[in-house]
Design a protein around this ligand. Structure first.
Ligand code: UDP
Length: 323
């Protein structure tokens, strides 16, 4: 079996490459290294079953060729990270919509099964309960750039489901919730690596807003196992699945846990949203998945606790800082 991973040099993509190679797949990666990093996959380059193509998914010639020789496509290439989305809204919208259009077009031509990595951001700012795949979505105005990411991912989902409906293309949609672990960098604003780096340097840990907003964090290893399970499932095509962890923590508590577990001397510093992002920025107060669908289909259970996850992240960044 041969798998193509778009965005395979990224944080999640590189873990997926490793697991697929372990399972005996041949793996091709297409990545323009915009947010992905060559060093995430350097250790794989000598493997005969692995090939890396440094180009964008807008390069239709290469994309079509790679899809034609694949049995399955994991489409992970996207503009990610709230900070990047605020700073580069044009790139976000174009990469996410056109890139997915290209992947679906050529996958349909070759009749290749595709998994589209979507995002919990698609739910928007629903004020209520845990988030179920069939819930409504709620976004702010188009003047608040953050929502362009949610809207672009929602269009990707619509298009993928349309290909399934109209052409019977086997397409699976995975809505990833806050995924963390080794190789995730702080540069694009993600909270856990940011807090861990700040704590290890004994710098102030920057909590945006009042810190009462909560998130649930998924270990990248669990996320990758579910992605592969979904791809292998005969029931999954044409459906949307949450991939997350139901254990919640407020951002303020997260800062405290990071400080304690890293034995840091950092202070906690509260920063207004307009200073951290831009004026009019809207945050989600709560973002917690209903995981019952993947539990039922794949018997999924998170493999490690939040403290273990924080410790793994601390160990990773500590080692990086001593290099
Ligand atoms: N956040 C924070 N400090 C940081 C980075 C992020 O308080 O240095 C907050 C952010 O405002 C959000 C949460 O942490 O409420 C998660 O942010 P992230 O960008 O990791 O993911 P999101 O869930 O917003 O997509």
């Amino acid at each position: 079996m041969r798998a193509l991973i778009t965005g395979g040099a990224g944080f999640i993509g590189s873990h997926l490459c490793e697991r697929l190679l372990e399972k005996g797949y041949e793996v091709d990666v297409i990545d323009n290294l915009s947010t992905g990093r060559k060093k995430n996959i350097t250790h794989l380059l000598s493997n005969d079953k692995f090939e890396f193509f440094q180009t964008t998914i807008m390069n239709e010639w290469v994309l079509e060729d790679l899809i034609n020789q694949s049995d399955v496509v994991y489409h992970l290439a996207a503009a990610v990270g709230v900070k990047l989305i605020i700073d580069k809204p044009v790139e976000t919208i174009e990469t996410n919509i056109r890139g997915t259009e290209n992947v679906l077009k050529y996958a349909n031509k070759a009749r290749t099964k595709v998994l589209i990595a979507s995002s919990s951001e698609v739910y928007g700012k629903l004020p209520h309960d845990i988030l179920n795949e069939s819930d409504d979505r709620q976004y702010g105005p188009t003047t608040a750039h953050r929502w362009s990411y949610a809207a672009s991912k929602a269009i990707d989902e619509f298009l993928a489901l349309a290909y399934h409906k109209e052409y019977n293309l086997p397409v699976i949609i995975a809505r990833l919730f806050n995924t963390v672990g080794p190789r995730q960098v702080e540069r694009y604003g993600m909270v856990l690596p940011n807090f861990v780096k700040q704590a290890l340097k004994n710098e102030p840990i920057t909590i945006y807003g009042d810190g009462k907003q909560s998130r649930s964090f998924t270990y990248v290893g669990d996320c990758v196992n579910v992605l592969m399970g979904l791809m292998e499932s005969e029931e999954a095509p044409g459906q949307v699945f949450n991939i997350g962890n139901s254990i919640e923590i407020t951002i303020e508590e997260l800062a405290q846990r990071v400080k304690e577990l890293s034995e840091s001397k950092s202070d906690l510093k509260y920063i207004p949203y307009e200073e951290a992002y831009e004026s009019g920025f809207e945050d989600m107060q709560r973002r917690c998945p209903d995981n019952s669908k993947i539990e039922k289909l794949l018997g999924y259970k998170p493999s490690i606790s939040l403290d273990e996850l924080i410790k793994i992240t601390i160990d990773y960044h500590r080692e990086l800082m001593t290099k």
